[in-house]
Design a binder for this molecule. Structure first.
Ligand SMILES: Nc1nc2c(c(=O)[nH]1)N[C@H]1C(S)=C(S)[C@@H](COP(=O)(O)O)O[C@H]1N2
Ligand SMILES: [Mo]
Length: 223
């Protein structure tokens, strides 16, 4: 098979996968109709625990070296930044332990993350008074959106390490977002740009039927 044909084939397989998830969203698959209090129930409704760590992406795992890596933080900010990997590592470092909750029903407890806290970055860029939303842009073309107040929670990290080791490329290395209180599709891997905006803009899965807010305890799987 020529390389052009195999690229087309991979493209079609990817489209099928994306389509089947859109269908799940339309049919409301996996919904239990329950709601839980996160202070009382660690496992959100409809989730089950796994010990492994599944990999989910759009079929592309960009290969970004520490040398070429860049993180831009811009938009509705007083002081836009473009950080190298070296610069990021020189910022105050933060550790957090949190659970992963994926919309496809698996949860993984006690992940030890290391990186730079979202708050550290916000202090540096200084959001303008009209900033309300955050759009993540990744090296693979993926986007996802959260509110600025959700991004500013103390446990939100730009993580470069997991369990004391550099984050694997498959899981978003060199740098990924970790937003523990929302379904994991909000945690952009291979992060390239953090854009602050006054107006919300739904991301890749949000325009394909996933919920805009994504709170696992309220089962906000689909919007
Ligand atoms: N850049 C990028 N980030 C992404 C995705 C993606 O396809 N590209 N998939 C999202 C989804 S749907 C999930 S469930 C998690 C999966 O992260 P993991 O592969 O480390 O488990 O990454 C999220 N972040
Ligand atoms: Mo996902």
């Amino acid at each position: 098979m020529s390389s052009e044909n195999s690229a087309n084939l991979i493209g079609r397989i990817k489209e099928k996968l994306i389509e089947s998830k859109e269908n799940w969203a339309r049919e409301g698959r996996l919904l239990t109709g329950k709601e839980a209090d996160p202070r009382q129930e660690r496992l959100p409704p409809g989730q089950r625990r796994v010990e492994n760590w599944p990999v989910l992406d759009l079929g592309i795992q960009p290969d970004i070296s520490a040398q070429t890596f860049r993180l831009d933080i811009d938009g509705a900010v007083a002081n836009p930044l473009s950080l190298s990997y070296e610069h990021l590592m020189a910022l105050p470092q933060h550790e957090s332990v949190s659970d992963i909750h994926c919309v496809t029903q698996w949860s993984r407890y006690d992940n030890h993350w290391q990186g730079v806290a979202a708050r550290t970055l916000l202090d540096l860029v200084r959001p303008r008074s009209d900033a309300r939303h955050v759009i993540f842009h990744s090296y693979d073309g993926y986007t996802t959106n959260i509110r600025l107040d959700q991004f500013a929670e103390p446990e939100v990290l730009l993580a470069h390490s997991w369990e004391g080791r550099p984050l694997e490329r498959a899981h978003g290395g060199p740098l990924r977002v970790v937003v523990p209180r929302l379904y994991f599709w909000k945690s952009a891997k291979w992060i390239r740009r953090i854009e602050l905006t006054s107006v919300d803009r739904p991301g890749f899965w949000e325009v394909r039927g996933y919920h805009n807010n994504a709170d696992p305890w309220r089962e906000e799987r689909y919007g």
